[in-house]
Ligand binder design. Structure first.
Ligand code: FES
Length: 235
């Protein structure tokens, strides 16, 4: 049997959170963490967690698995436990828990909308589409693939310490995604909105964001690119 420790908190009945001990059979070693959660939910339908696509696309099942943020649907149980010890599942760090593994992401998405994550271009559009050269399109690689699971932001100590003022790696990667887009004409306005001591500059290059990103992206590089643009504008 595989031992599982899972964070439980149901605010209407629990005075405080606790770690629930349970087990699943050995065959789950070859499956994903989400399969374990589904099995446990069959036995106890009150267990709450988010999930949708089951294949690392929707970003809804970000959680902390054996101390590391990741998507339950694409994290193999054997990889999480290293083949020994219990599987330990907690909600994403630094976000208020609503219930069990479900966290409140209102603040995270409010920060996301602060960077205006849409194309801004008031010039008359071309007859069919705004075209990009292959080189211009390539600049979006490593940026557009973000699925907003929040794993990187939740792993960032700079964000834990200043969640009201520092935008965090996921949101800044999205900001750079539009700064890098040749079709967007609002770079000056976007940079001006980020130009303070905290929004970007509070990053301390800890690199947890890049280490945990389930899509293999590099938010720390995106933050560095924004910093360079801010510094260039200041000189
Ligand atoms: Fe969609 Fe895991 S369920 S990313």
């Amino acid at each position: 049997m595989i031992d599982v420790r899972i964070y439980r908190y149901q605010p209407e009945s629990d005075n405080e959170p606790f770690m629930q001990a349970c087990q699943v059979d050995e065959s789950f070693a070859g499956k994903m963490v989400l399969d374990v959660l589904e099995c446990l939910k069959d036995a106890d339908p009150t267990l709450a967690f988010r999930r949708s696509c089951r294949e690392g696309v929707c970003g809804s099942d970000g959680m902390n698995i054996n101390g590391r943020n990741g998507l339950a649907c694409v994290t193999p149980v054997a990889e999480a436990t290293g083949g020994k010890g219990p599987l330990v599942i907690r909600p994403l760090t630094g976000m208020p828990v609503i219930r069990d593994l479900v966290v409140d992401q209102k603040h995270f998405f409010a920060q996301y909308f602060r960077v205006k994550p849409w194309l801004i271009n008031d010039e008359p559009s071309a007859a069919r589409e705004r075209r990009q050269s292959p080189e211009e399109r390539t600049r979006l690689d490593g940026l557009y693939e973000c699925i907003l699971c929040g794993c990187c932001t939740s792993a960032c100590p700079s964000w834990w310490w200043n969640p009201d003022k520092y935008l965090g790696p996921a949101v800044l990667l999205q900001a750079q995604r539009f700064l890098a887009d040749s079709r967007d004409t609002a770079a000056d306005e976007r940079l001006a909105a980020l130009d303070d001591h905290f929004s970007v500059m509070r990053c301390r290059d800890i690199q947890n964001c890049t280490d945990v990103c389930p899509k293999g992206l590099n938010p720390m590089k995106a933050i560095g690119d924004i910093r360079r643009q801010l510094l260039k504008n200041a000189t």
